[in-house]
Write a protein that binds this ligand. Structure first.
Ligand code: HEM
Length: 482
């Protein structure tokens, strides 16, 4: 009898023990037990699906998986388990609604080249503080007074192309977008500093996407060295600004003069953010402007419409004798729509990255802590559910307010959305005005392909010959023989 009681007691204790352990596991890891990972394949151990990604166009890689698994799917690339989000609600969830649960994440090698205190890599109060300063410096109120300078830069750039030589448009436009970025960051800048900044930034840029090794002579090593020099140059400019005690309304002025309850920014914080904004501004704007040029070359009717709009303004300015005004720029509706459609079609920032800082559940799916999360902007922009015939260039789709909420995110969304979007659009409008009213051009060389640099750009940066013309009203770029 005692033996039976003993066995029953042990059984009860064992059952209670198992129950307790199970409850503990459930409590500790509730999400993981009751939620599942999104569908998809994690590929081979460690390499995951990296080889498949690099053996094809990244858009095709994501699109085939979206068709197979749905809008939310998992994969494993470049050593990281990832969850891809190809619908607007999921992108909004990560970038806005639950943004505090997802931190921006970049490879360390790239963070080192820009500077770890730069706005992109930050979250929370420091990010909000820097963002306020960047937004203020790039606000339209601050940019409007420098429109004549941006205009002068556009004219100088175009004039320097117009001698019939072959111009690789993307690479040349990088110089223009760099100059405009320098203007919004530093205001007036001594030509010595301007050249030093440019030379070192070019070296930094060349190694940005190279293999990150600190062996002397490699592109990455040269990039790191150029980054150090850039830091020194910016520090000198900063010290001059402090000595002169002028509160300028450019980005450097805002950063240097920041003082909230006696709290100021360190030199490193300022330098990292100056380089960060230079970096954010240059390739993005140059790439989109190159696509605009490509689309208006490919679609002569589009060119005619833009040219019609711009010629009216040009004539009302005494054939370009008067500078453009803000009111005129605001009225460039057709050109603006062409820029928006180019942003959608080219979707140069195809996706962005975040990392889950804790286990998160989205729509019944588990996003485990430490996994990367990638909102796929391009897939959203090319989804026929949101854009009829998404592969067709159709600027008129931006005419009415027919674009569904959160389906157009070329400048991102939420707390890290692009603060430079108005400047980018303004400088494109100014550039296009002068391009279509006073120049004709012919694209030479290959015309169909796309290269990644790392943003998508037309093959070879769109090799083109430009010519200046006095009466342009009847010219159509793609039909000209030069
Ligand atoms: C057509 C040109 C441009 C495009 C398509 C573009 C796109 C974007 C996108 C998608 C983001 C968000 C990235 C993310 O959420 O991870 C972003 C952020 C940013 N962009 Fe732009 N951008 C452009 C031009 C510019 C310009 C001209 C500037 C500055 C003068 C600029 C400054 C920034 C900065 C500072 C951020 C980081 C914001 C933050 O982390 O809070 N961008 N941009």
């Amino acid at each position: 009898m005692a033996y039976i009681f003993g066995s029953i007691s042990i059984l009860i204790i064992a059952i209670l023990g198992i129950k307790y352990v199970l409850m503990l596991v459930v409590k500790l890891n509730q999400w993981r037990l009751f939620t599942k990972l999104p569908p998809g394949s994690l590929g081979w151990p460690y390499i995951g699906e990296t080889l498949q990604l690099f053996s094809q166009n990244p858009h095709d890689f994501f699109t085939t998986r979206q068709k197979r698994y749905g809008d939310v799917f998992k994969t494993h690339i470049l050593g990281c388990p990832c969850i891809m989000l190809a619908n607007p609600e999921a992108a909004k969830f990560v970038l806005m609604t639950k943004a505090s649960l997802f931190k921006p994440t970049y490879p360390k090698s790239k963070e080192r080249l820009i500077g770890s205190m730069a706005i992109f890599f930050q979250q929370g109060s420091y990010h909000a503080q820097i963002r306020k300063l960047v937004q203020a410096s790039l606000s339209l109120d601050n940019i409007k007074p420098v429109i004549p300078k941006i205009e002068a830069m556009a004219i100088t750039t175009l004039d320097s192309w117009a001698n019939g030589r072959v111009v690789h448009v993307f690479h040349e436009l990088k110089k223009f977008s760099f100059d405009v970025a320098v203007l919004s960051i530093f205001g007036e800048l001594d030509s010595y500093y301007n050249k030093e900044l440019k030379d070192n930034y070019v070296t930094l840029d060349k190694g940005y996407n190279s293999f990150p090794t600190m062996i002397p002579g490699t592109s990455y090593f040269k990039s790191v060295m150029a980054r150090k020099k850039l830091g020194k140059i910016i520090k000198e400019i900063m010290e001059e600004k402090r000595e002169k005690r002028i509160a300028t309304r450019d980005l450097l002025g805002y950063l240097v003069n920041f003082n909230e309850d006696g709290k100021t920014l360190s030199d490193d914080q300022i330098i990292d953010n100056v380089i960060g904004v230079l970096f954010a501004a240059q390739d993005t704007t140059a790439s989109i402007l190159t696509w605009v040029l490509k689309y208006i070359t490919d679609y002569p009717k589009l060119f005619e419409e833009i040219q019609g709009e711009q010629m009216e303004i040009y004539k009302s300015n005494g054939n370009g004798k008067q500078p453009l005004t803000w009111t005129q720029i605001k009225e460039m509706h057709i050109t603006h729509r062409v820029i928006l459609e180019s942003l959608r079609m080219a979707s140069i920032i195809s996706f962005t990255y975040r990392e889950a800082t804790q286990d998160v559940v989205y729509n019944g799916y588990l996003i485990p802590k430490g996994w990367k999360v990638l909102p796929l902007f391009r897939n959203i922009h090319h989804n026929p559910a949101f854009y009829e015939n998404p592969q067709t260039f159709n600027a008129s789709r931006f005419e009415a307010s027919s674009i569904k909420p959160h389906t157009f995110m070329p400048f991102g969304y939420g707390s890290h959305a692009c603060p430079g979007n108005e400047v980018a659009k303004l400088l494109m409008l100014v550039f296009i005005h002068h391009l279509v009213t006073q120049f004709r051009w012919e694209v030479v060389g290959p015309q169909g392909g796309v290269e990644y640099d790392p943003f998508p750009i037309p093959q070879q940066g769109l090799p083109t010959k430009f010519f200046k013309t006095s009466d342009n009203t009847r010219l159509k770029p793609s039909t000209l023989t030069c």
